[in-house]
Design a binder for this molecule. Sequence first.
Ligand code: C5P
Length: 294
Amino acid sequence: MTRQTTQRAFAKLNLSLDVLARRPDGYHDLRSVMQSVDLCDEVDITITDTPKIRVRTDRPDLPTDCENLAGKAAKLFLERTGLSGELGAEIYITKRIPDRAGLAGGSSDAASVLRAMDALLNTNLTDRELYDMCLSLGSDVPFCLYGGTALAEGRGEVLTDLPPFPDCGMLIVKPDFSVSTPVLFTELDKRGFVNSTNTDALLNALLSDHVKRGSEWVLGPLGNVFKEALPPLQRGVVEGVESALLNSGAAFVTMTGTGSAVFGVFPTLADARETDLTSFGTTFAVCPVKKLQR
Ligand code: C5P
């Protein structure tokens, strides 16, 4: 039996992001169009005969073993399939997705561990069983299971597949700061919710095939409600990157998730590659969108 595999774990962008209300369970109902992109971590997984979970990455500052969401995923998988007493897993993650960026890198690593373990151990879990495990690990993990273009509602876990976003070049910039997700949600609570229609506009455009006409974009601007909840200094940095992206020819720009990564949608991959943002002193990546993997 094959006991080892290497999986690619793709990043996600929030093409739009709105927060509707705080719920009694402490989470918030949101509405977002999520899009996976061809920027990925490489997740190497080996099943072992010792009931121990080991996770290492090529980044010494990131959590290891069961402190890492990928380790939590392996532990959960073995528990739910009744295998935790007899088997373990060794995981090595080559990180390419910036962390604490709103790109769901950790969530995507975790989803890929579940998919890989199901295949390696022939457990043949149903989509529903895998989905439930994903949701136990975090609100963004269910989307990362199959990716593509989807409307995310509820905590982010109520997913509806959408017509694919057109081929384009995404230029992702990660400013040199990170923000805490719970802190930004609390900040939005304090301010009262912004009655935002970012998602409705994009959803209507996608559903009525009104994103592009020929080579012309006909979509309105993209938006993320969390930008308004950022402290002024950080908001200034995000807006500075957005302006630079627009000045360089991006058709649309916005922040993803709770940041701090910002992306620009360029007509083609070549257009995005030609853009030089090194002066921002930030990490960045250029990639196409990634279609649904099911
Ligand atoms: O689900 P996840 O573990 O990724 O969420 C991290 C934190 O973000 C939650 O503990 C919560 O404070 C906040 N959150 C929220 N509403 C959501 C998603 C996340 O309030 N829909």
